[in-house]
Design a protein around this ligand. Structure first.
Ligand code: SAM
Ligand code: SF4
Length: 471
């Protein structure tokens, strides 16, 4: 990958403070104009973001939520991509004060899955209908280094269910690596590499990461740069909301996205919005002075949707079903379902264990995938199991160009419907099947003729028994 001359640097704390101060001083008229620009899908400047974050005018707040909803519908339609997290190791040499996996937490029983155990987990997830996984690991140079990651991704891709189903895309959320090790990770065939900065505020970062390799802010914030240099051009970023003032962190996050766009011509492929949840043995997790209310969290999701309209947004099952349903409408494009956050959690008992509920953090939405799909098709959301872009080479700037021109819709919609049809035929109960078919017909009838013909042919191939049909 060619690395462009740097134009923006990464923002310093003082620069973020200055942007916040400028944003705070802006008028309601300025916020109205910012929303007007946002509605055009052009994103927001850092000052516009700061101004909207602080603005408490009920009209502006409502306008922001409406704009986010509008953009979500225009760019992503009603599609919602499903994935499942696969926790492969809970060993960790860091001491993040908010996470149950932290080294000093002696109440936790540690476990690293072997290739055979990963095989079993993947088989359980394939049986549910999942096609896309996110591998998650603690950071422990002795047990979860690059050799282990390579072996684990290989184990995931090696599994074939009796009906021929396989995992089609494995993304990874692990500690930052060197360029050489990122190259090795890329060679395993991963999709996105995810790494959350947690907070952009350096003093807080230092305080909540007191020891271990993660205590080095600069090593972490430059992880996307090294991954890009290693040609992993789908990068996932995020903030752990609740560690510090969310106004500061949304500006830091947008600054980071703009920096990557300037340097590599492509910003983050996804942004995740985890919010601090109670975790056993993690003192900060339920005592942070910066906890984010549901109201502010809705605003955060809407702000990010308007600020970076073409970046996918990911929501985990940490949030309650009610709030999740609201956040989907405001801009979320990918979500997990039926998650387990302990290694072995999908096969150990099939049920949520006490560890799952308390270990790394709490899971609020425990609806299994089949229930989520059922709810979605009844509510006119299109559950998508599509993994096509990455396998068709539409990553990085190629993906962004298509997204920004609006052409991606012509690819995503047929792919989503074909993947839904596959799910309905292979995994759904009769009621979901009937409702899902109704939804597919409704969506087909709304497509322009050329696209409808293409999609009908794809659906016919799936109905005839072909699998993994995509554009
Ligand atoms: N160890 C790697 C790391 O820290 O980057 C990857 C795995 S870590 C389990 C994945 C993410 O979990 C972290 O980046 C953090 O944002 C999130 N997390 C940790 N503790 C949490 C908590 N108590 N509530 C919500 N999210 C949490
Ligand atoms: Fe380890 Fe990641 Fe948890 Fe920190 S957040 S303790 S690095 S697993």
């Amino acid at each position: 990958m060619e690395i462009k001359e740097k134009v923006y640097g990464l923002l310093s704390d003082t620069e973020i403070e200055n942007i916040l101060e400028e944003g705070r001083s802006k008028s309601v008229e300025f916020c109205e104009a910012a929303l007007e620009n946002g509605r055009l899908g052009k994103g927001l400047t850092l000052v516009e973001l700061a101004a909207l974050a602080y603005c408490e005018s009920p009209e502006i707040v409502t306008g922001l939520l409406d704009t986010a909803h509008e953009l979500k519908k225009r760019i992503y339609g009603e599609r919602m991509v499903f994935f499942a997290p696969l926790y492969i190791s809970s060993f960790c040499s860091n001491n993040c004060t908010y996470c149950g996996f932290r080294h000093a937490n002696e109440t936790m029983t540690r476990r690293s899955l072997s290739p055979e155990e990963i095989h079993q987990e993947v088989m359980a997830l394939l049986e549910q209908g999942h096609k896309r996984l996110l591998l998650v690991a603690g950071e422990d140079p002795r047990t979860t280094g690059i050799d282990y990651l390579e072996q684990s991704v290989a184990a995931v891709y090696s599994v074939t269910a009796p009906d021929g189903a396989t995992i089609r895309r494995a993304n990874v959320n692990c500690a930052p690596l060197s360029v050489d090790h990122f190259r090795r990770l890329k060679a395993t065939g991963i999709g996105t590499y995810q790494c959350f900065q947690e907070t952009y505020h350096r003093p807080t970062y230092k305080e909540v990461h007191p020891s271990g390799p993660k205590s080095h802010y600069d090593w972490r914030i430059t992880a996307p740069d090294r991954a890009m240099e290693a040609d992993i051009d789908d990068i996932g970023t995020g903030v752990l909301f609740g560690l510090y003032d969310w106004h500061f962190d949304v500006v830091g996050l947008l600054g980071h996205a703009r920096y990557l766009e300037t340097k590599f011509d492509v910003g983050p492929h996804t942004i995740s919005v985890p919010r601090l949840e109670p975790a056993e043995g993690a003192p900060l997790s339920d005592h942070s002075p910066w906890m984010v209310s549901d109201e502010d969290f809705r605003k955060i999701v809407a702000l990010l949707r308007v600020a970076v309209p073409y970046t996918g947004m990911i929501l985990s099952t940490r949030e309650s079903p009610e709030l999740r349903d609201q956040l989907f409408a405001l801009g979320i494009s990918q979500t997990s379902a039926g998650s387990r956050v302990t290694p072995g959690g999908y096969t150990d008992s099939g049920k949520l264990t006490r560890e799952d509920l308390l270990a790394q953090f709490s899971l609020q939405d425990q609806r299994p995938l089949r229930e989520m799909v059922h709810t979605f098709v009844r509510g006119d959301y299109i559950p998508s199991f599509c993994t096509a872009c990455y396998r068709s080479g539409r990553t990085g700037d190629r993906f962004m160009q298509l997204a920004k021109s609006g052409k991606i819709h012509d690819i995503c919609q047929p792919n989503a419907l074909a993947s839904l049809k596959e799910y309905l035929l292979d995994y759904a109960d009769e009621e979901t099947k009937a409702q899902g078919e109704k939804l597919i017909q409704k969506e087909l009838s709304e497509l322009p003729e050329r696209l409808r013909n293409v999609t009908e042919k794809m659906l016919a191939r799936v109905a005839a028994g072909e699998r993994d049909v995509y554009l």
